[in-house]
Design a protein around this ligand. Structure first.
Ligand code: NAD
Length: 327
């Protein structure tokens, strides 16, 4: 079997070599994303593995079919960058990655703590020998109600992590989970918005979750609400979120993701003129902490993303099935 791995990073290399040797699979590598210019590289391969910057639309899927490539794995959990419906239509099987949710869940708690303890400001002040306390008085987790939107793998792990803090935990999901029910209280969405001091998003990006955090939903929230997003940028309407910060309706934001992050995040753009005004404007607020879509990025997750990406293509090729197939 021959696989092409797109968007490879140096820290993935050892894991690719190990899994390739173990399964007897030939792997070719490129740092580039899979797009209309780089698709020729996949000729002669049986499967492709990608990360989130490869936009798999109908034109790409048609071309893959033309090259007799029937299997794609994304080494990410989210798969909103792939036209799944069209892939099904043309018979390309797609699978995602199944790495453990702990890395993202831990990062979510870190952003919550940084937000409620004003750590961004404290760190900036320390860098210029300003050790004053004014404006840095925080809140304690035990006094807060945390609302978790989505109780899937990551949302459940966040709820597990929250157990030690003594906070009240509310959760909303269309598909409640009995294990989660032992640790958090399922409520309807409006109750979660109205009663939570901190709201953290863990739903996938779907048609009905696109811009779910907008002026209408923000208006339903408590004054000074803290919002955390370690899921997908498109869950939030950035203009409405900016208005929420300006009017102080939103007390703090912790964002690992932001709409239109592609082409900026995961790259060194220090010397470039960046044109994403919303990102630049949001970043300058003292109560907005932004990271470069790195919540997933742990040693355990990278290993598992690579293994999963190759092993699932191998299973599809040899057995026609994998538990990670998106159906
Ligand atoms: P999951 O599929 O296990 O859980 C998602 C949950 O959201 C499900 O329980 C589902 O019922 C629920 N849901 C769907 N629509 C909803 C809605 N409208 N309202 C409330 N709940 C809804 O997924 P997961 O593994 O927990 O991952 C969640 C998301 O996190 C991924 O889709 C991905 O976009 C994002 N993610 C981000 C990073 C990062 O590095 N920042 C890493 C991994 C995943």
């Amino acid at each position: 079997m021959k696989i092409i791995a797109y968007e490879t990073r140096q820290d993935e290399e050892d894991y690719f070599v190990e899994v390739g040797e173990r399964l007897g699979v030939e792997i070719i590598y490129t740092k580039e994303a899979l797009n209309e210019e780089t698709i020729e590289l996949s000729k002669g391969c049986n499967g492709v593995t990608i990360l989130g910057h490869s936009k798999i639309n109908s034109a790409i899927l048609d071309k893959l079919k033309e090259f007799h490539i029937n299997y794609i794995s994304t080494r990410t959990i989210g798969y909103n960058h792939i036209d799944i419906d069209y892939a099904k239509e043309v018979g390309v099987k797609v699978c995602n990655s199944g790495y453990e949710p702990n890395g993202v869940a831990d990062f979510t708690i870190m952003l919550m703590l940084m937000s409620i303890r004003h750590y961004k400001q404290a760190m900036f002040r320390g860098n210029v020998n300003d050790y004053s306390l004014a404006g840095l008085r925080g809140r304690e987790m035990k006094d807060l109600t945390v609302g978790v939107l989505g109780s899937g793998r990551i949302g459940s792990a966040v709820i597990e992590n929250l157990q030690g803090f003594g906070c009240k935990v509310l959760v909303y999901d269309a598909f409640p989970n009995d294990k989660v029910r032992e640790k958090a209280i399922y409520v309807d969405l409006d109750t979660l918005y109205a009663e939570s001091d901190v709201i953290t998003l863990h739903t996938p990006l779907l048609k009905d979750t696109y811009h779910m955090i907008d002026k209408k939903s923000i208006d339903k929230m408590k004054d000074g609400v803290v919002l955390i997003n370690c899921a997908r940028g498109e869950l939030m309407d950035v203009e409405d979120v900016i208005e929420g910060i300006e009017t102080e309706k939103i007390g703090a934001l912790g964002l690992d993701v932001i709409e239109n992050e592609e082409g900026i995040y995961h790259q060194d753009r220090r010397s470039d003129i960046l044109t994403n005004r919303q990102m630049a404007y949001l970043r300058q607020f003292p109560n907005v902490t932004m990271t470069q879509h790195m919540a997933f990025y742990t040693d355990a997750a990278v290993k598992s993303m690579v293994n999963c990406g190759i092993e699932s293509l191998y299973s599809l090729f040899t057995e026609g099935t994998t538990k990670y197939e998106i159906k």
